[in-house]
Design a protein around this ligand. Sequence first.
Ligand code: DOR
Ligand code: ZN
Length: 440
Amino acid sequence: MAFELLIRGGTVWLPEGARNVDVAVIDGRIAALGAPGVLSAATVLDAHGLHVLPGVIDTHVHFREPGMEHKEDLATGSQAAVLGGVTAVCEMPNTIPATTTAKALTDKLDRAQGRMACDYAFFLGATADNVDSLAMWEQMAGCAGVKIFMGKSTGTLLVEDNAMLSRILSSCRRRVAVHCEDESRLRERHALVHESGLPTLHALWRDAETAFLATKRILKIARKLNRKIHILHVSTQKEISLLMNNRDIATFEITPHHLTLSAPECYYHLGTLSQVNPPIRAKYHQDALWTAVNEGLVDCLGSDHAPHTLAEKAKLYPTSPSGIPGVQTLVPVMLTHIAAGRLSLAQFVALTSAGPARLYAIAAKGYIAVGFDADFTIVDLKARRTIDSPWLASRCGWSPFEGMTVTGFPIFTIIRGHLIMRDGCVLTPENGSPLRFQEV
Ligand code: DOR
Ligand code: ZN
C-alpha cells in the first residue's frame, strides 16, 4: 500500500492507551497502524521521543470576525490555534453582527474558506427573535450548534427568562451550549463595582451564586423538557455538585484559566488582564474543579479564547472588557499541569479530543483509529519553554501566561494529513475545512 505520510517512532495515544506504533495516512485519513518500522510512505515524520495525541479540539473560541478584527480575525485566531497544537475550533456567535441568522452563519463560513489554519465550525446565538428558526439553522453545514448567554458578557446576546429558554431548548435538537450567569443578579449587584476601578471586586459582583443560580435554572428546564445541554466554563464548587447529579442530560466544560489562576492573587498580578466572565475565583473553587477533573466528571476543556487589546484592557474597571486569550496556551499550560502531577496525559486526551467530539457529535475526529481524520497534536512532554510575546500569534498581542516557564510543548500540528505547524512555524495557514457532525 502506498501511504502518503507515516508518523514513525512516537508514543501514540490510541483509544486503548499509549502504544508504540507507526501511523500511516492516505487521503487525509488514518489508513493503518503498524508495528514500529514495518510501514513505509512517501513522507516520513520522525516522532521519536514525542507523544502523538489525537488532534486537540477547542470547542470554545471567540475569533471576533466580523466586526472586531482589531482584536482578532479568523486567520490570526486560527494561526494561534495551530501554533498551540489545536487542530479544530468551534467559534462563538458574539461578533458584530452576532451570528443569529442563517445569513450571518453563511457569511462566517464564506470568510473562513481559504483563510483558516485549523478546521472550524460556528455557533448560532439564540435570541428572542430567532427562536423559531434555530431548529432549522442548527442543521446547516458548518454549524456547531446553538449557544445561549443567560448573562450579558461581551456583546449584546442575552436570553433571560424561563419561557424563552424553554422555547429554545424544546425546539433545538442538538446539544445547546449555555453561558450560565444570572442576569437579574448581575444587574442587582452592579452597584458593587460601579466606577470602582477595582478588578479585585469582579468575582464579588459576578459571584458564585450568580453562576450557580443560572446553572440550576437551565438544568431544571432541560430536565423538564428532557433535553441535552452543555454548560460552558464551569467555575464554582456548587455547580460541580449540581452537575454530578445531572450526568444524563448535562455535559460541561472547564477552562485552563480557571484551573491555573486563582483569586485574589490574579487580580494583584494581572489586574484587568485576568478579568473574565465567569470570573477567576478563590482557591477552593479551583480545588473543586481539579477534583472534578480527577474524578472524570468533566467532559471537555475549552480555552474560551476571548481576546481584547491591551488598550481596551487598560480602561478603568468595570468599563474594561472581560475575556482572556487562551487558544495558543491551552496545550502547553495543561501539559505543565501534567508534569506537576495534577492530571494524567490520558485524562488530557479525553478532555481535548474524544470528549469534545462526543458531546457535539463531531464526525471522524477525536480518536487515533483507522478511518478517522489524520489530525494529530504531537508534543514533547519534556520541552521547557517560556511563553513569550514573539511566539504569540493572536492579534491582541498578550497572554496572562506570558513569562510562565512551561514543561511540555506542541512540536507538530497535523490536520487531515497536512503538516500545518512545525516547531513554532505555521507552514500552511489556509488549509482549514468545516467540521462535519453526525447528528445533522
Ligand atoms: O469573559 C468573557 N469574554 N466571557 C464571555 O462570555 C465572552 C467573552 C468575550 O467574548 O469577550
Ligand atoms: Zn466564551
